[in-house]
Ligand binder design. Sequence first.
Ligand code: AMP
Length: 194
Amino acid sequence: MINLILFGPPMAGKGTQATMLIETYDLIHLSTGDMLRAEIKAGTQLGLEAKTFMDRGDLVPDAVLVGMIQSTLSSNPDAKGYIFDGFPRTIPQAEALDKGLESLNTSIHMVLSMEVPREELRERRVKRALASGRTDDDPEVFEKRLDNYMNLTFPVKGYYQERNKLTEVDGIGSEEEVFARLKAAVDSLASDQG
Ligand code: AMP
C-alpha cells in the first residue's frame, strides 16, 4: 500500500492535484471536504451538523471526521492505497489516522505539503469564488479558514516533520508544473522502497 497526504492551506490546489495523482498511482482519493459536501447534499443529520461549521469557515469537530475516515478505511479492504486530501487538519486527527492505518498494518508514507503564500491564496480565492459558488469561498469566511489553518492545521506539519514524513513542494506554477514536482517526490519514495 502507498498512503499519501496532500497537505496545504485552502486554495493550495490539493483537490486538482489529488485528481491527477489518483490516475497515475491508482489510489483512492479521500477528500473529507467532498465527503462532507456530499452529506450536506444528501440532507443527512451529519451533513446538517457539519454545515453550520463549514459555513462559518470553522473546522468540523474531530469526532465526526475520525468516524468518517474509520468507516472508509474499513470499507475498502482491497485498496492499493489512499490520498488523503484535506485530512488530517488537527493533531488529534493525525493521531487517529495513524492508529487507523496501523490496524490495517500500514502507515502514512509521505506528506506532500503544497507551499503557497497567503497573498497568492487570496488571489486564487477571488477566481474560484466566481466559479464554485461555495459559500465558504466568501472573503470573510475565507479569512477565517486561513486563520484556522494557521492555528489548528499548520501544527500537523510539525507532527509529520518529526516523523520524517514531510516533503515540501512549491505550489506555484501551472497545474502540470506542480504535478511534475509532486510526481517526482512520490516516485523517489517508490524507488526508496525498492
Ligand atoms: P475543503 O474542501 O477541504 O476545503 O473543506 C471544506 C470545509 O469542510 C472546511 O473548511 C471544514 O469546515 C470542513 N472540513 C473538511 N475537512 C475537514 C477536516 N479534516 N477537519 C475538520 N473540518 C473539515
